[in-house]
Design a protein around this ligand. Structure first.
Ligand code: MLT
Length: 411
């Protein structure tokens, strides 16, 4: 008999978003008349910007001709896209990133999960709490943790609690950690990290030989000019940090799939004898073995994000979702909710009323208004008593959702 990876048995029954979808489907079956508005998973709703569609159409035409057809592409991504990424996302911010340090992929979810392939088993791993559940679950799957306690915290992981009390900015760990996941602008709280905060993290990593896994999937939503968009804006970060970026939320690629990860050649880990080894070499080996690259058509679409028209159109898309977030924030604040995030991020994070548990509020909101959000406790123990509303939706749905909350939610 084939044996199984028993670490999977330590996981909570379902991944957060499919679990929410399951509950919503059950509700919908019992309430056929309900017009459910989904502000749960952060999935974009607006069509791809025209500049991107045009580039993808012409890439399809290329694929239709023998002379311009493309077979397997480079596993690391086409140079035309990697060079545009460096030119637009890094050079203007003074970040020393080279095109051959950029690895194009089909998503940050996969990359933040797959990165564990190149790290050893004995690391002490820290993450902010609440947190994007992928970081936790993939460490459980990889056998880096013990079992979960009654709060859902896995033995062996270091949780850095981020709540209203510390302004969603946890202190540096008091014990030595080897790897830390940071996500800014933060999913789920919508908090941002100042240059000071990121500098403290980079100094910590330098001092302790730690690796920072920096998830910047939401950087396009930063409106405050003082907030860094990349960890590489911090001196020394090239030696200690890997950065994950995505076209999902700024350019509407959640269904199209394209992202990238920067692994500077200067970031190292150590082997069993304490010798430094470049992570770039390992990630390159991993990707070329397990991944055949993102489709040519999609990479041409991603390249168009950086054209004049593409930049204008994606900026408009981001502004559209941020305007949604403002509507949500303003409505909830006017009703007396404690509301966070939603200014430099597409997520509004709120305190549940009257100390209600996150799942109780989920049921109440769904039951009374037919609106779906995400229970904060689904993101970790420190998310209990909070709730996330995603601003990714049409304006009509956001307006309708806010009207229902004002008129129907019994507070
Ligand atoms: C979320 O809702 O947290 C995001 O959609 C998750 C993701 O991007 O995978």
């Amino acid at each position: 008999m084939a044996t199984i990876n028993e670490h999977y048995l330590k996981l909570k029954a379902g991944y957060l978003f499919p679990e929410i979808a399951r509950r919503v489907n059950a509700f919908a079956q019992q309430h056929a008349e309900a017009k459910i508005i989904k502000l749960g998973i952060g999935d974009v709703t607006e069509p791809l910007p025209p500049a991107i569609v045009k580039a993808m159409h012409s890439a399809v035409d290329e694929m239709a001709n023998r002379e311009t057809f493309h077979g397997y592409g480079p596993e690391q991504g086409y140079a035309f896209l990697r060079e545009k990424i460096v030119e637009h996302d890094y050079k203007p911010r003074g970040c020393a990133v080279e095109a051959d340090e950029v690895f194009v992929s089909d998503g940050s979810k996969c990359d933040t999960a797959n990165i564990l392939d190149i790290l050893g088993p004995g690391n002490t791993i820290a993450m902010t709490d609440p947190v994007y559940p992928v970081y936790v679950d993939t460490n459980v799957m990889a056998g880096h943790t013990g079992v979960a306690n009654e709060r859902g915290e896995y033995g062996g992981l270091v949780y850095l609690s981020a709540t209203a009390e510390n302004d969603f900015t946890p202190d540096l760990p008091t014990k030595k950690i080897d790897v830390v996941y940071l996500c800014y602008p933060n999913n789920p709280t919508g908090a941002v990290a100042s240059k000071d905060t990121l500098t403290r993290w980079v100094r910590y990593a330098q001092e302790h030989g730690a690796l920072i896994l920096f998830d910047a999937a939401y950087e396009a939503f930063i409106t405050d000019a003082a907030i860094p968009h990349s960890i590489y804006e911090i001196d020394g970060a090239r030696d200690v940090a890997i950065e994950f970026r995505s076209f999902s939320k700024n350019a509407g690629f959640t269904g199209t799939r394209c992202a990238y990860t920067v692994v500077p050649k200067s970031v190292t880990g150590v082997d069993g004898s304490g010798q430094a080894v470049a992570l770039h070499k390992l990630w390159s080996r991993r990707q070329s073995t397990k991944f055949n690259g993102v489709s040519y058509i999609v990479q041409r679409g991603a390249e168009a994000v950086y054209s004049d028209a593409g930049r204008k159109q994606t900026r408009e898309l981001v502004s559209f979702y941020l305007a949604n977030a403002k509507i949500v924030r303003d409505t909830l604040s006017s009703l007396g909710f404690d509301v966070y995030g939603g200014v430099n991020a597409p997520y509004v994070w709120l305190k549940t009323p009257g100390g209600m548990s996150s799942w109780t509020f989920f049921d109440k909101l769904l039951g009374e208004t037919h609106i779906v959000g995400t229970p904060g406790s689904g993101f970790g123990a420190s998310g209990e008593g909070y709730f996330r509303i995603s601003a990714f939706n049409s304006r009509a749905n956001i307006d309708e959702a806010m009207t229902r909350i004002k008129g129907k939610l019994k507070l």
